[in-house]
Ligand binder design. Structure first.
Ligand code: MG
Length: 255
């Protein structure tokens, strides 16, 4: 008996959140994204071509705010208390204690993050090395082991989750360190109305995968994202999706 298939309809939670090993590789019953060509998490949306990246440079510049250098989690919080991810070999590792977020808040910024999926690749689709980088606590750049791991295009590594696939798949093998270099511009609101959407430029392992891409709203699952007005700054958050993904060398510059 598969308890996952029993539990999911009862709890109305995504199956992937409960049973990563059974994660689907896409959907054909979700609503259409703006433009109408593709559904959210569309199983039929073509996946990006794969490229192999070169070496990457990642040292923090002198004016950066270093959010994590391997020493401690003092700049991070979780569920109203201290962040409790595991510190190991100069990295921090997801350990089931919940997502973490920065104590300090940021809006427009340049951000550098390094991450590694578990060396032992287990699970499939969204169940393999899943985590995420949430800008302003709302807008997810997906972290996933997308090395020879098929999932829906708008949910693979470096995707703007549920919205836009990366231009190419620059994912390195599980266990290897990878870099995200982000230029983020937050949305602007005038009263309750959206004045301009958030944009993301992203280099994955030094390869451009989003070039000023517009977000259509706050990240959601199996639904079309939409904006809700919010403050000009919010925390950076790292997702605990139940897989022991590691992070190191995280720094940010306000823009
Ligand atoms: Mg995620």
């Amino acid at each position: 008996m598969n308890h996952c298939k029993l539990l999911a309809p009862v709890l109305l939670l995504p199956i992937a959140a409960l049973c990563p090993q059974d994660a689907p590789v896409g959907y054909s019953d979700t609503p259409h994204l703006p433009g109408g060509e593709w559904r959210v998490h569309d199983i039929a949306r073509p996946v990006p071509a794969t490229v192999t990246s070169g070496a990457t440079v990642s040292a923090a510049p002198s004016d950066a705010i270093v959010l994590f250098d391997g020493g401690d989690l003092g700049r991070w919080t979780s569920r109203g208390g201290p962040a409790r991810w595991k510190l190991v070999d100069g990295a921090m590792e997801v350990n089931g204690t919940g997502s973490i977020e920065t104590r300090e808040e940021f809006g427009d910024c340049q951000l550098h993050v390094e991450w590694a999926a578990p060396a032992e690749a287990t699970g499939s689709s969204q169940g393999r090395g899943n985590s995420g980088l949430f800008l302003m606590g709302r807008y997810e750049i997906q972290v996933l082991d997308s090395f020879e791991n098929r999932t829906y295009a708008d949910g693979q590594a470096a995707a703007l989750y549920g919205q836009r696939p990366p231009q190419v798949n620059a994912c390195r093998p599980p266990g290897e360190w990878q870099t995200y270099d982000v230029v983020f511009r937050g949305p602007r609101f005038e009263g309750d109305e959206l004045a301009s959407p958030a944009t993301v430029t992203l280099f994955h392992n030094g390869v451009l995968v989003h070039d000023g891409a517009e977000l259509i709203g706050a990240t959601t699952h199996r639904a079309v994202a939409k904006y809700s007005p919010h403050e000009a700054e919010g925390p950076l958050s790292l997702q605990d999706h139940g897989n022991p993904v590691r992070y190191r060398n995280i720094w940010v510059r306000r823009l």
